[in-house]
Write a protein that binds this ligand. Structure first.
Ligand code: FDA
Length: 392
C-alpha cells in the first residue's frame, strides 16, 4: 500500500527533526515525522540534568567544531537563541540563565518536548513512532520509505537521526549509512563531550573520585576554564568534557590547578607566613585531598619556609601546567554528542540539502557540526532544523 501524499518525510523525531517538521508544517507542507523510538525527543528529556539547557546566548560559529568552520554560520545566523527564547516564551515556559550564557527550563525538559510536539500537532505533522525504517528507495525524484510494512513516499527526505552517542537510548549511526548510500562523505565520527579515562600511572588520581576543582585545561591552543571532576575511571566535569571534543588520542592535556595565582605566588606566601604548611596554602585554592595528592606526586611539602625559592617556583610551575595523558575516553556510552559525521562539503549551508541529491537533507547531530557544552548543540539542532524546514 502506498501513501504518496507527503511533501517530506523526516527520519528522527529528536530536537532537529521536530524543529524541521514544525517549521515546514507551519508553511503548509505535509510532513511525516518518523522515529523508531516509542516517544519523540528522548534525548531532550534527559538533557541538562532533566532541565534541558536549550540554548546558549553566546552562540557563535567559533564555538562549533567542523571540518568546515564556516558551514554553520548561515543557519546559526538565521535562527538565533533569541528566536528559540521567543518560542519558549510564547509557550509560557519559565527559564533562567545558569552560568556562561546557558539557558535552562525552571521546570522540566518535558516542557520543551511538549512545546515541540504541540507545534508539530498545530502544523498538521503526522508522527509515526515505534517502528524501524525497513527500507529507503529513491527513484523518479521520490524517496520511498517503508515503515511497519507500509510504503510512504515524498519528493524530500530529511535525515535527522542524530549520531551514535548513548546507544542504550536508541542512538544509531543510521544517518551515516543512508548518507553513504547516497554518496555523501563522512568525517570520521568520534565520541565528544566525553569523560577521559586515566591509565595505571595516574591511579593515584582515580582515588580522588568525586573531588572537583576549578581549573584551566589546555590542549594545543584550545583552553577552557571550568570545573574538573575526578572520577573512579579518570577525569570529567565541564572543563574535561569541553577539551575532549578537541583531544586526539595519545596526546597530553595540560591542567592549570592554580589559574588565579601569579608565578611568584608561593614565594609571596612564604615571605608572609613561612610557618604555614604548603598543603594548607594550596588547600585555600583547591580541595584538600587534591592538594595532598598533587604534593605527593611532586614529592614536596612541609612548611613554606623550609622550601627553597627555587623549589616553590618549580612546584607552582608544575601545578600550573600539570600534564595528563588520558588512556582514552569513556566512548559513545558516555559521550554527550558525536563529533564528525556527514560531511558538510556535500551540503548546502543555506538549506542543508545534499548538493548532488536534490530533495535529500540532513540536519542536527548527524552532520559534521559539533558544539561546545552548554546549550550549543541544541541551538545547532534548532538552527539546522529550521534551515531545512524553511527550504523544503
Ligand atoms: P537526537 O539524538 O536528539 O534525535 C535523533 C532521533 O532519531 C532520536 O529520537 C532517535 O530515536 C531517532 N533515531 C535514531 N536512529 C533511528 C533509526 N534508525 N530510525 C528511526 N529513528 C531513529 N545538548 C544541549 O545543547 N544542551 C544540553 O543540556 C544537552 N544535554 C545532553 C545530555 C545528554 C545525557 C546527552 C546524551 C546529550 C545532551 N545534549 C545536550 C546533546 C543533545 O541532546 C544533542 O545534540 C541533540 O539531541 C541532537 O539533536 P538531533 O535531533 O540531531 O538528534
Amino acid at each position: 500500500m502506498t501513501d504518496p501524499d507527503y511533501d517530506a518525510i523526516i527520519l528522527g523525531a529528536g530536537a532537529a527533526g521536530m524543529m524541521c517538521a514544525m517549521t515546514a508544517g507551519a508553511r503548509g507542507k505535509r510532513i511525516l515525522l518518523v522515529d523508531h523510538a516509542d516517544a519523540p525527543g528522548k534525548k531532550i528529556l534527559i538533557s541538562g540534568g532533566g532541565r534541558c539547557n536549550f540554548t546558549n546566548i553566546h552562540t557563535a560559529p567559533d564555538r562549533y567544531l567542523s571540518a568546515n568552520p564556516h558551514f554553520a554560520k548561515s543557519a546559526l545566523g538565521r535562527y538565533t537563541p533569541q528566536d528559540f527564547i521567543a518560542l519558549v516564551e510564547r509557550h509560557g515556559i519559565a527559564w533562567h540563565e545558569k552560568t556562561l550564557g546557558q539557558l535552562f527550563c525552571d521546570g522540566s525538559a518535558r516542557q520543551i518536548v511538549d512545546m515541540l510536539a504541540s507545534e508539530c500537532a498545530g502544523a498538521g505533522v503526522t508522527i509515526a513512532l515505534g517502528h524501524p525504517v525497513a527500507d529507503i528507495a529513491h527513484a523518479d525524484g521520490r524517496f520511498r520509505v517503508t515503515i511497519n510494512g507500509r510504503e510512504h513516499s515524498a519528493p524530500a527526505l530529511v535525515l535527522a537521526t542524530g549520531g551514535p552517542s548513548i546507544p542504550k537510548m536508541g542512538a544509531t549511526g543510521f544517518a551515516y549509512d543512508v548518507a553513504r548510500r547516497f554518496g555523501l562523505g563522512i568525517v570520521q565520527p568520534r565520541p565528544a563531550l566525553v569523560p577521559f579515562t586515566l591509565g595505571a600511572e595516574d591511579a593515584l588520581f582515580t582515588e580522588l573520585s568525586g573531588v572537583s576543582a576549578p581549573v584551566e585545561v589546555r590542549w594545543n591552543k584550545v583552553r577552557f576554564r571550568e570545573a574538573a571532576l575526578f572520577t573512579h575511571r579518570g577525569l570529567s566535569g565541564p572543563a574535561m568534557l569541553q577539551i575532549s571534543s578537541y583531544w586526539q588520542h595519545r596526546t597530553p592535556i595540560s591542567v592549570n590547578f592554580l589559574p588565579d595565582t601569579p608565578p611568584d605566588w608561593l614565594l609571596a606566601e612564604k615571605r608572609a607566613r613561612p610557618r604555614t604548611p604548603l598543603r594548607r596554602v594550596l588547600a585555600e585554592h583547591l580541595p584538600d585531598r587534591l592538594a595532598q595528592a598533587l604534593l605527593e606526586r611532586i614529592g614536596t611539602g612541609g612548611e613554606l619556609g623550609s622550601s627553597s625559592d627555587k623549589a616553590l617556583r618549580a612546584a607552582h610551575a608544575r601545578l600550573s601546567d600539570w600534564p595528563f595523558t588520558p588512556s582514552g575516553t569513556e566512548g559513545y556510552a558516555k559521550a554527550e554528542v558525536t563529533a564528525g559525521g556527514i560531511s558538510t562539503a556535500a551540503l548546502s549551508s543555506q538549506s542543508m540539502m545534499a548538493k548532488a541529491v536534490p530533495g535529500l537533507y540532513t540536519i542536527g547531530e548527524a552532520v559534521d557540526v559539533t558544539g561546545w557544552l552548554g546549550g550549543y548543540n541544541f541551538q545547532w539542532a534548532w538552527a539546522s532544523g529550521h534551515a531545512a524546514g524553511t527550504a523544503l
